[in-house]
Unconditional design. Structure first.
Length: 468
């Protein structure tokens, strides 16, 4: 194919070749081809992630319905002491060690006592639900992770994160999150460029062209839905990567290096601490070791005097010389995650960690993860997540429909022409290559898959040349 520079040299041989212009028209074929390959090969992972994410958005309501008996209790005028509720839980699971107590946050709810029981999976505890009005146990269930997910929500969460395949299953979700932002930004750039090329108003980009037919109609719907969903999709990609396996480790190292990690409260009382013995006895308010523990009732009263508000979690000393910790565990906005430490022997306040003192990056990480899980804004948050998931599913279905309509009679769908990178000025191509290397280092699954794309594309190009 004759280039513009060749024509210029033929007209005026003495005229030096003009440098290649850095315009969107030059970059567009490169973005089109990347968007095509990523859409075809990564979309199945995105479709699974979006579908399971849609299910997870409803998991909180499902959990409340399935475990209504354990989570709720009749409202009574009086309540039994918290220590008696803990004792009832320990009697239900005598082999367990109390690790945390979550008092009923409001009338009509149960107290949740968490116990470490032998032979449970990692990050799993047994939760005993106690009626605060009568002290009777209403049930026991496995509790997973810091969010306290019960079995049905934990099952849905593991399906979304790992497809119930263990650690190898996390590769699918990380691969999806690693490419999601690339596909979204590429699609956004391609769709917005149509406004300039076709003279379409912004309103014409936000709404599909109902007069269009065939492939153009599908493209119109694909672009309009993508424009509405792009911010939510970018948010899910960024927050999903924070707890992925490989990229998450890199992000964690960066946060630690720059002092952005989530701080933790100091529970070490030092040389002057009394011996509190086994944490399970301390939580029930009985004698422990050589020194009496003030008991969980006194600790709860002390926390109330410091104006901590529910829902709360009281963590008894894990070992001699450690303090009680009382945590606010409200994830919904406004977030309340303050923590106080108390001496188990005297009940005196010995330290605090306020959420207001978190580094900004730690706050943003907390808010981002909570919003990703549908906790930050409650039901409204879950509805928005469901809408984003439905939008992403729609985009993938429409994208495959376009590919199917463009396909030849036989064989793989026709990709956009290769070689577009040759038209890009080196001053732009070099930074893009460097950016790809940096991003591939921090998002290794994306880097490996991108390298695989390039190798496959090169081999296909060589085969077509030989065949031609």
């Amino acid at each position: 194919m004759t280039s513009t520079a060749d024509i210029q040299r033929a007209v005026d041989p003495a005229r030096p070749p003009q440098p290649r212009r850095v315009t969107w028209a030059v970059l567009r074929p490169l973005v089109l081809r990347l968007h095509f390959y990523a859409g075809i090969l990564i979309a199945p992972f995105l479709l699974v992630a979006a579908t399971t994410g849609l299910l997870y958005a409803a998991s909180f309501q499902i959990e409340n319905v399935v475990y209504r008996h354990e989570l709720t209790a009749p409202v009574t005028q009086t309540t039994v002491p918290l220590s008696e509720q803990v004792t009832a839980a320990r009697q239900a699971l005598p082999e367990g060690k109390v690790t945390a107590v979550r008092p009923a946050a409001e009338p009509g709810l149960t107290t949740r006592v968490l116990l470490d029981v032998p032979n449970l999976p990692e990050s799993t505890q047994m939760a005993v639900f106690v009626d605060p009005g009568t002290g009777q146990v209403r049930g026991t269930l496995e509790s997973y992770g810091g969010s306290g997910a019960l079995p049905v929500r934990a099952w849905i969460s593991d399906l979304h994160r790992r497809l119930h395949l263990g650690e190898p299953g996390r590769i699918y979700s990380e691969l999806a999150a690693s490419w999601l932002w690339v596909v979204a930004l590429g699609g956004l750039a391609l769709w917005l460029s149509r406004r300039r090329r076709n003279g379409r108003r912004l309103r014409g980009l936000l709404t599909p062209d109902r007069a269009a037919t065939g492939l153009r109609r599908t493209l119109s719907w694909h672009g309009s839905v993508g424009l509405w969903a792009v911010l939510g999709v970018l948010f899910l990609s960024a927050t999903g990567l924070t707890w992925s396996k490989y990229a998450g480790e890199n992000i964690g190292e960066l946060r630690t290096r720059f002092g952005w990690a989530t701080p933790s409260i100091n529970t070490d009382l030092g040389e002057h601490a009394g011996h509190t013995g086994h944490a399970g006895h301390a939580a029930s308010g009985g004698q422990a070791g050589d020194t009496a523990d003030v008991g969980i009732d006194k600790i709860a009263q002390a926390a109330a005097s410091w104006r901590l508000s529910g829902p709360l979690e009281i963590v008894p000393p894990a070992e001699p010389g450690a303090a009680y910790v009382v945590k606010e565990i409200r994830k919904t906005a406004p977030t309340r995650l303050d923590q106080l430490a108390f001496d188990p022997v005297t009940g005196q306040f010995v330290g605090e960690l306020r959420f207001a003192d978190y580094p900004l990056a730690a706050k943003l990480t907390e808010w981002g993860i909570d919003a990703h899980m549908g906790l930050l804004f409650g039901l409204a948050n879950q509805i928005v997540l469901a809408a984003i998931a439905i939008g992403l599913i729609t985009l993938i279905v429409l994208g495959y429909r376009m590919w199917w309509r463009r396909r030849p009679t036989r064989g793989f769908g026709r990709p956009y022409p290769r070689g577009g990178w040759r038209a890009v000025h080196w001053g732009v191509l070099a930074p893009l290559a460097l950016l790809a290397l940096v991003v591939g280092y921090f998002l290794p699954l994306m880097g490996i898959s991108l390298a695989a794309f390039l190798v496959i594309d090169t081999l296909l190009g060589l085969r077509s040349r030989v065949a031609g």
